[in-house]
Write a protein that binds this ligand. Structure first.
Ligand code: SAM
Length: 219
């Protein structure tokens, strides 16, 4: 079936699901998508044109590019990574799309987030683990990840979301999962809603998503 790009995009938003291109260009709609796609879907509901947003783990720049598109030309994205290789990959991805001017790339840990932000943000995206295609020895670690999430929740505007995609297939991943789940499950329910979402019938160890939304303070 030859669907136009515009139709596919509209259908994606109407269904709140993912678009999958199968064999011979056949297009089908998937309501349930991967943890990474679901994170983007959550963030797209919270971010408006002109907002500020953070990519806490720039990596190869997929989420940074997604956020740069979402905030529009009056918005701003701050993207953190501890590796120059990751920031360079992100820079190239943004340059290819002429969107580098909307993004500040910061070579620092996300735990230092408060030093780089002068205003509240609508969304912060974490994608934990190691840089795909890079060294597997440089990974996110429980202590700095939790400091980063804590900073992100402070910087978040009401109605904003923090998304955390967690991987457990690498050494250190299980430990980080336990720490992040434990910490998020103790968040004050008057101030935040924290939701855990995981594929339960996939082989190997699929990543899962934690989304935290900040409430307006009760009167
Ligand atoms: C799974 S990758 C991120 C993938 C990225 N979202 C993308 O779209 O390609 C995780 C990244 O976190 C980075 N990282 C590790 N510790 C960090 C920290 N404390 N602060 C910020 N980034 C960190 C790694 O260097 C790595 O590039």
């Amino acid at each position: 079936m030859g669907w136009s790009r515009r139709y596919i995009r509209a259908a994606f938003h109407l269904n709140g699901g993912a678009t999958v291109c199968g064999e011979r260009g056949v297009v089908r709609m998937a309501l349930l998508s991967s943890a990474v796609e679901m994170a983007q879907e959550m963030v797209s509901k919270a971010v408006r044109e002109g907002d500020w947003a953070v990519d806490a783990t720039a990596g190869n720049g997929h989420d940074t590019l997604f956020l740069a598109r979402l905030v529009g030309e009056n918005g701003r994205v701050i993207a953190f990574d501890v590796q120059e290789e990751a920031l360079q990959n992100t820079r190239l991805r943004l340059q290819r799309e002429s969107l580098l001017s909307r993004v500040r790339l910061v070579r620092d840990g996300h735990e230092a987030m408060p030093h780089y932000l002068e205003r509240k943000v609508a969304a912060v995206m974490f994608n934990l683990g190691y840089l795909p295609g890079g060294s597997r020895d440089i990974i996110t670690r429980p202590q700095t990840t939790i400091s980063g999430i804590c900073a992100a929740l402070d910087l978040l505007q009401e109605g904003g979301v923090v998304t955390i995609v967690v991987y457990t297939g690498h050494p250190g991943g299980e430990e980080e999962k336990e720490a992040v789940l434990e910490w998020c499950s103790r968040l004050d329910q008057q101030r935040f809603t924290a939701v855990f979402c995981r594929n339960i019938n996939r082989a190997k160890k699929p990543p899962f998503l934690i989304t935290v939304e900040k409430h307006s303070p009760s009167p």
